[in-house]
Design a protein around this ligand. Structure first.
Ligand SMILES: NC(=O)c1ccc[n+]([C@@H]2O[C@H](COP(=O)([O-])OP(=O)(O)OC[C@H]3O[C@@H](n4cnc5c(N)ncnc54)[C@H](O)[C@@H]3O)[C@@H](O)[C@H]2O)c1
Length: 349
């Protein structure tokens, strides 16, 4: 698919990247810093300081910062956002990339093969769920704070799908899903659950955040990609199969960050595939595809009937129905108050 974009549009934008000390996050930071963005890396690993210093030196951009962040800690996240606003030359945040994530193989195994004595142990240990803590709770904290700070970005406007915003200011949340958002990764249950959750977050917010707060929300779902994230057993299991390239993930992310008319877009990245494996056509496919464009289209009988019924209902009720609902909504607090009053009991004598 065509993801051509003008990278100079990220110049001057303040972009927060969680998990920016390694892999995709470090590569996003380097690419966008080279184009003049203000990049604020948040990572639990203090090596993020060296990564930021290296990028500053290589790009001659002094606006690359590191703040130590544990995404599972609410106070750490609040501190990250507040410090970022302080570091931002225009006092606001243009984009937040919720990228930090793990896949803990030992945790997956321990979950599926319980080896504690839950029958007799007087204090059986609870299973640990670091993967969910980081990939779900951490992402929810990041996104919750982004929903607060992005609309307060000075000079930013509601996102607009028809045109590219020329002001230079933005309100953008970019989520990192995975192919594990789209299909199950057998033996990697907590990771699959977490990335399905991130997709659910995207599918809700892609509609409501632009309407409610003018924030655009996009997601990238990478296939197995050659980053430090890929552990030896998985690499071994995939031997002989091409992996995705970090550069392609960065291209997809740069397109979504630079082009402010991208709203509610979901991109899958992976290796380039020979045509026959996908379509039979005599051309290469990939490395970037679009998915989940059709959430609200009448794809199956149930959805089609449901949408038809909703539209018919709206038509039949018309303005009268709308006025009735509105009057009900406005009088609702009074009715609640009235119903909550202790009622007089009928006397029996
Ligand atoms: N590499 C892949 O094959 C692949 C495929 C699909 C999706 N992803 C997703 O992309 C994202 C980035 O992956 P990557 O390949 O760059 O991995 P990576 O391991 O190279 O980087 C992840 C970063 O997150 C940081 N991190 C971990 N726990 C943290 C915490 N509690 N607080 C703050 N930071 C924390 C790590 O220190 C690390 O710097 C992840 O969400 C991952 O699930 C990766």
């Amino acid at each position: 698919m065509d993801i051509s974009h003008d990278l100079s549009r990220v110049k001057g934008k303040t972009i927060l990247i969680t998990g920016g000390a390694s892999g995709f996050g470090a590569a996003f930071s380097a690419r966008w810093a080279s184009a003049g963005a203000i990049v604020i890396i948040g990572d639990i690993n203090p090596s993020g300081e060296e990564v930021a210093a290296r990028i500053r030196q290589e790009t001659q951009n002094s606006n690359v910062h590191f703040i130590q962040l544990d995404v599972t800690s609410w106070t750490s996240q609040v501190n990250y956002f507040r410090e970022s606003v302080r570091l931002s030359p225009h006092g606001g945040i243009d984009a937040v990339v919720a990228n930090a994530g793990i896949n803990d193989a030992r945790e997956s195994k321990a979950f599926e093969k319980p080896d504690a004595d839950y029958l007799n142990d007087p204090n059986p240990p609870a299973p640990t769920f670091n993967t969910l803590d980081i990939n779900i709770t951490g992402v929810m904290y990041t996104v919750h704070l982004a929903l607060f700070f992005l609309p307060r970005n000075p000079g930013s406007e509601h996102c607009e799908s028809e045109s590219v915003n020329e002001s230079g200011r933005d309100r953008h949340i970019l989520l990192l899903g995975s192919v594990a958002s789209l299909h199950p990764l057998m033996t990697q249950t907590p990771y699959t659950v977490s990335k399905h959750g991130v997709l659910g977050l995207f599918r809700c917010l892609r509609i409501s955040a632009p309407v409610d707060a003018g924030i655009r929300v996009n997601i990238i779902c990478p296939y197995y990609t050659d980053s430090p994230f890929m552990q030896a057993p998985v690499r071994g299991f995939l031997a002989g199969v091409p992996l995705g390239k970090i550069d392609d993930v960065v291209d997809a992310a740069s397109y979504l960050v630079a082009d402010t008319s991208c709203i509610g877009r979901s991109l899958v990245t992976g290796p380039k595939l020979p045509s026959t494996e996908l379509t039979g056509a005599n051309e290469q496919e990939g490395p970037i595809w679009e998915c989940y464009l059709h959430d609200w289209e009448p794809a199956d009988v149930f959805t089609r009937r449901m949408l038809t019924a909703v539209h018919a209902g709206i038509k039949v009720r018309g303005w009268a129905g709308w006025a009735y609902d509105m009057a009900g909504a406005l009088t609702w607090p009074v009715r609640q108050w009235w119903n909550s009053k202790p009622q007089e009991k009928p006397r029996r004598d």
